[in-house]
Ligand binder design. Structure first.
Ligand SMILES: NC(=O)C1=CN([C@@H]2O[C@H](COP(=O)(O)OP(=O)(O)OC[C@H]3O[C@@H](n4cnc5c(N)ncnc54)[C@H](OP(=O)(O)O)[C@@H]3O)[C@@H](O)[C@H]2O)C=CC1
Ligand SMILES: Nc1nc2c(ncn2[C@@H]2O[C@H](COP(=O)(O)O)[C@@H](O)[C@H]2O)c(=O)[nH]1
Ligand SMILES: [K+]
Length: 478
């Protein structure tokens, strides 16, 4: 990447401050762009879901890995639970989405609580493992909450074999004017489900899979307590990357934690952060990090900059840290502050191998929280920062009341925010589609067929607030 007219700006910049200039391109189609990262994580897309309790759970991990991304399970989740989640995610199908399963005797109330947990918005009614019907929220409307789903389900289903070609599934759904195909094994047992959009995505994306064919997943560990033991147990669970995570990554305790974990000779990439400058990046690489996480204060849930005055505008932080890491043959993830697809493209142009997204993905079916509705009927999920009072209370729940009260005085995150689901893009895959479309297009504007070429060819200029404003679409007259 170089600055337009080679004019390096006199102050630090964030995503809104910059724009990319189009360049001559020989790339005939946006589908000719390869979005794979080459940072050792095996992700086929440069997207990582932040290790935040309100965002990164097993459904998020399954769904993003099937499309090529990576989810980091947070440090606050007990390790036996993480172990179960890793095992479960690794057994997920590469094409079919996991179905919500209900027994015919379960109630409509249970169905309505579970259906919003998945973007396909339906549950499959099973009898001894065999699908016997499908139930949607529409089937449950104006029905007694205690009615049994066996009474309201739709018995006519499009059933396909578990090795069906996604294109044929798409065509079968189109022909039947149905929205959901049910995949079954040769002995008739439920394997999963596929929507038309899911079938299309199966032909566009490449799942992130490990050498044994399991979907990939990462997990985080903090720098407190018996780090070696926690890290060893996470590695034994089969994670594909280990993230060592603390607010101020350039600190002694982090260096010690990294050296300790390096001593375990992990066979997966070691990610550490957060830092915002070359000195911090070098220190973490010296201590054993393969990938450095960059970003202090850009996060949507983050109050660090307001509380402390500390941080750095994210574009400049990524640019400096990525250059330092590249000089050592290592990588950085741009962590936080991503609000639009353009921000992903700019972070990658600045040199990140991947981009971490938290809050934007909180308002989706796949985040762990329950779906809520405001007074106007708009659907939202509650999200919170990992340094918020709420998260600190969770993290310290086994400590004495006095210690918890002491730690509770330090709060650098929002404890409760509403993340609305975009009615046009209520699932994380809808957002991934939007991001990847923007990113592929960005690459062709820069004449780049890979992310490495984007990084090399990108020409970035600095804009005024009016310049940024001009780029925003206007949906009403002015
Ligand atoms: N990217 C960002 O901008 C930020 C991210 N976060 C996220 O919040 C989560 C919690 O992180 P964290 O608060 O580090 O908690 P951790 O549980 O990782 O603990 C941090 C440890 O470092 C010590 N410490 C020393 N200086 C600081 C400091 N300035 N800020 C925080 N801890 C410090 C703390 O001791 P003591 O409590 O005694 O001081 C504590 O023992 C992580 O997921 C982190 O990534 C949090 C803030 C900023
Ligand atoms: N200062 C804080 N930073 C936080 C907190 N919780 C998470 N984070 C950081 O934000 C990113 C995600 O950014 P987003 O803009 O996509 O939401 C995450 O990966 C952390 O680095 C917090 O409580 N305080
Ligand atoms: K912020």
């Amino acid at each position: 990447m170089r600055f337009l007219d080679d004019a390096a700006p006199p102050y630090d910049l964030t995503y809104d401050d910059v724009f990319m200039v189009p360049a001559y391109s020989a790339i005939a189609s946006r589908y000719d762009v390869d979005l794979a990262t080459h940072d050792g994580t095996g992700a086929t897309l440069p997207l990582v879901v932040s290790n935040m309790t309100a965002i990164a759970g097993k459904r998020m991990a399954e769904t993003t890995a099937r499309r090529g991304g990576l989810t980091v399970i947070p440090q606050d989740i007990p390790i036996p639970v993480v172990t179960d989640v890793v095992g479960w995610v690794k057994q997920r199908d590469h094409v079919f989405d996991t179905a919500i399963e209900l027994a015919p005797t379960q109630t409509v109330a249970e169905a309505l609580a579970l259906i919003p947990k998945r973007s396909h918005e339906a549950a499959v009614v099973v009898d001894e493992g065999r699908p016997i019907g499908v139930v949607t929220a529409r089937d449950c409307a104006e029905v007694d909450r205690f009615a049994q789903v066996g009474q309201v389900m739709n018995r006519s289903m499009v059933t396909v074999s578990d090795d069906a070609d996604p294109r044929e599934v798409f065509e079968a759904l189109e022909a039947a004017k149905a929205s959901l195909a049910i995949a079954v094994s040769p002995d008739g047992l439920l394997v999963g489900v596929l929507t038309r959009l899911g079938a299309l995505r199966a032909t566009v994306y490449t799942p992130a899979v490990d050498a044994s064919g399991g979907l990939r997943i990462a997990a985080a560990v903090g720098v407190n307590g018996d780090v070696a033991d926690k890290a060893a147990r996470l590695l034994a669970a089969g994670i594909d990357a280990l993230v060592v995570d603390t607010a101020h990554g350039h600190q002694e305790r982090m260096i010690e934690a990294l050296q300790t974990i390096r001593g375990l000779a992990p066979s997966v990439p070691l990610v550490a952060g957060n830092v915002v400058d070359a000195a911090g990046t070098d220190a973490l690489i010296d201590a054993g990090a393969d990938i450095v996480k960059v970003g202090v204060g850009p996060g949507a849930m983050c109050t660090t900059r307001m509380m402390t005055g500390v941080g750095r505008p994210q574009f400049s932080a990524v640019l400096e840290c990525a250059a330092a890491a590249r000089a050592r043959g290592k990588h950085v993830w741009a962590d936080g502050g991503v609000r639009h697809p353009r921000d992903v493209a700019l972070a990658l142009a600045a040199g990140a191998s991947s981009v971490m997204i938290g809050s934007w993905f909180a308002g989706t079916h796949e985040s762990p929280g329950d779906l809520m509705h405001d007074a106007d009927g708009r659907a939202f999920k509650v999200s919170f920062g990992m340094a918020s009072a709420r998260a600190v209370a969770n993290r310290t729940s086994t400590e004495s009341a006095f210690d918890r009260a002491r730690k509770g005085l330090y709060e650098e995150g929002i404890s409760s925010s509403r993340m609305y689901l975009d009615p046009a893009r209520p699932g994380v895959e809808d957002l991934m589609d939007q991001i990847c479309a923007g990113l592929r297009s960005s690459c062709t504007y820069a004449g780049a067929s890979t992310l490495a070429e984007l990084r090399e060819r990108a020409v970035v200029g600095v804009q005024s607030a009016a310049g940024f404003h001009e780029g925003r679409p206007l949906s009403t007259s002015w």
